[in-house]
Design a protein around this ligand. Structure first.
Ligand code: AVJ
Length: 342
């Protein structure tokens, strides 16, 4: 087993979330208003905050501190997904390598640190690797490291987003492509958006011998889920609250994170964990040009994390055009690594 598949992951700033338009830091000098998000993004954030049920995208977790907090989350005793996926690779590595096949062109949306990619490229003796990430600067460094670590691998970085018309290198072989999407990141998308993302991945892998290898988190005992998203050390609570600090920088708001309580629960009907921030007391939050009053207990919805039953997910793969799906599970049946042909 390659070392990196057994090591603790180090997600990049932003990269853990392959969603459009993230900002790891305040770098946008062209921002016309206080706060550093581009005007369109600013309006989108404010629109979410002004809805009757206020909401923000989970991509706003991942500024620099948020990415470090996520890394800490992956090491918590309660947070099973990261080490469970690693256990699946340990338990089934040989079978995975046999089914996936060698000499592949690996394409990873949201590649970030490329750490899982390194292990996979070594396991499969990949010929090419393309990492795709919103955080292009970080990705370029990671891909350079990958090139050094895996001699002979043709490794490239592409800045952009799968769902927003990003372009692969023109000279990338169209055959034997493998789209790699680990970490159960697909759980952050609601089912229609997840379905769209799978279709986009199918288009990427569509040439001869194309396939997908993707990690998902399965439904399980509610107490296990609950603990994973509301850990005893309060790390997930800090991660959740940090989104407000990030927003303050992006839109110039004056959220006081200390005035917001972490709320996480499993919605059985929707099969998803929901995370919210609840106002500890009545408060007014302002930003340039506006603001909102929150009543005590009023919430901002910050994340959904869907737990797809395996048959449901297999059906989604089928609708996206994938064939011959198969899955490897950990011994408790908590997470799955799914492979299918494009
Ligand atoms: C990175 C989307 C897989 O949903 O488990 C961890 C993010 N949120 N704790 C997840 C997360 C709260 C994580 N993913």
């Amino acid at each position: 087993m390659p070392e990196a598949l057994t090591a603790e992951p180090r997600p990049s700033p932003v990269a853990a979330f392959p969603l459009p338009g993230s900002h790891a830091a305040c770098l946008d000098e062209a921002a016309p208003t206080p706060g550093c998000a581009p005007a369109a993004e600013r309006l989108q954030i404010i629109d979410g905050l002004l809805r009757p049920q206020a909401r923000i995208s989970p991509k706003y977790f991942y500024d620099q501190r948020g990415s470090a907090l996520f890394e800490a989350i992956t090491r918590l005793p309660e947070y099973y997904p990261t080490r469970t996926e690693r256990a699946i690779f340990e338990r089934h590595g040989q079978d995975i390598a046999r089914v996936v096949g060698s000499r592949r062109v690996v394409i990873e949306p949201g590649a970030g640190s490329c750490e899982k990619a390194r292990a996979l490229c070594q396991l499969l003796d990949a010929t090419h690797f393309v990492g795709i990430d919103i955080s292009a600067d970080y990705l370029h460094g990671a891909v350079e490291d990958l090139r050094r670590a895996v001699p002979g691998l043709d490794a490239r970085a592409v800045g952009g987003d799968l769902t927003a018309g990003m372009k692969l290198p023109g000279d990338l072989p169209a055959e034997r492509r493998l789209v790699f999407y680990p970490g159960s990141s697909i759980g952050n998308f609601d089912p229609p958006a997840a379905q769209q993302l799978l279709a986009a991945m199918h288009a990427l892998a569509a040439g001869a011998g194309g396939a997908i290898l993707l990690g998902i988190d399965l439904p399980k005992d509610v107490a296990v889920l609950q603990a994973a998203y509301d850990d005893a050390s309060g790390t997930t609570a800090a991660f959740n609250r940090n989104a407000l600090v990030h927003l303050n920088r992006l839109i110039g708001s004056d959220f006081d994170p200390g005035q917001w309580r972490h709320v996480a629960f499993f919605d059985e009907g929707a099969s998803r964990i929901e995370m919210h921030l609840a106002a500890c007391r009545p408060q007014r939050v302002r930003w340039p040009g506006g603001g909102r009053d929150f009543a005590a207990g009023e919430r901002i919805h910050t994340e959904n994390s869907y737990k797809y039953p395996l048959p449901v997910f297999m059906a989604m793969l089928g609708r996206a055009g994938f064939r011959q799906p198969r899955a490897w599970l950990d011994e408790r049946g908590w997470c799955a690594l799914v492979h299918a042909l494009a």
